[in-house]
Design a protein around this ligand. Sequence first.
Ligand code: ZN
Length: 501
Amino acid sequence: MEHAQALEQLMQLQQKMSAFGHAMALLQFDGGTTAPAGTAANRGQTLAILSQEEYLLATGEQTVALLTELDACKDELDPKKARMVELLYKSIREMQKIPMDEYVAYSQLLVESEEVWRTAKQNNDFALFCPYLEKIFETERRFALYCAPDMDPYDYCLGKYEDGLTRQTCDEFFSVLRARLVPLIAKIGQAEQLPDDCLHGHFPAADQEALSLALMETMGIDMAHCGLATTEHPFTTSLGSHFDVRITTHYYEDNFASSMYSVIHEGGHALYDLGSDDSLAYTVLDGGVSMGIHESQSRFYENLLGRSLPYVTHVFPKICACFPEQMQGYTATDLWRAVNRVTPSLIRTEADEVTYAMHVMVRYELEKQVMSGALAVKDLPNAWNNLYREYLGIEVPSDTEGVLQDSHWSFGGIGYFPSYALGSAYGAQLLAKMRESVDVDACLARGDFAPINAWNREHIWQHGCLYKPGELLARALGEPFDPTYFTNYLESKYSELYSLT
Ligand code: ZN
């Protein structure tokens, strides 16, 4: 076969995969947003058939032959095509190493375990979820050994979410954070607490929705290609390509800041997805490259920009326009202080910028121990509570607010959590780099995101999955990753907010 013909087939294969992905993502999005409660089984039937077809397309003889041929002449391909072949070939080879019956059995287990986890969380019943979680950890370990027999299984799991990440790099990263954050949290704990009464009151969902749209507009999100919906847990998804991105939020009528910062966070994910170069659409290179880089963008907009004084001051009049009575008597500085209040708390997704990484460290330490066999799954609740006492100085009153709070383990997301903390740290260093050529504070003060977004587009978004996350970051930063940018940023910001000496 001529290269030209094979390359044409490569593009057609990816278009088909995108179409399957589009249909399945839309069904899932519908399930989480507007679908009536009794329609899950109907959707499940269609999803099962589509995912089977997708699996057959990806692992079929024709696909394997095509990729084997292209892999052999990878060096002659242009960088984009070579990377497409690399990514597709890698995922197919891994799929082939896992026996089909074990793969199907695990998919079924995960569907069940998400249901069981939900019930267990509702009823504070870890014992109900425990046998499922044991099987999940056991299967993740077994599959890791099938795919990479020479690698430590937990290193393999970490690499699934952030290519190249290992226990060693995580340990080093977290030890830097721990050394600097533990004393900072202690100092803040002794300082006078920041008031946050301006966040509390009654904020009707309809008015919050008006604010959401205004915020998306300030961020420079292309509303012709990005929609907003409401769900129990906020998320971002791309449908088919970066030409159709959806974000969701959840409105709590007694506190508008929760949705406000969800919208800015998910808006950051959306900007990243929307910013892929158009030539990458309908290929495996379209969209974000890893969870860590994705979080570097979402947490960049949410915290580094969204919780800064210039941005809060810029959006304050918009907030007052949505909630004129509730905001009466408060200033932009009151709001800035309120949204930066630090309190050790039980729930990761509601944690402030300073304590957030400690929540991630608890999960990382426990996953590492369970994967190595040092900790039994049944002992997780106790170990969880001990680490919350040690890292955050708080008592966990129930497993619902403790070990059962996150959905990640129930869908097999072992190794996922560290990317949240890594993303925060990547973002802080990216901001320092951006400041060398962009007057970020002046842009925020006048509500002009164009220069900020242009920088991110040039260095991060447009590349999609062309580079591995480490390489993308090194090219953007021009120096090695250094987590002290993040700890310095936190120390300086919170020393000012809490008047620490
Ligand atoms: Zn996120």
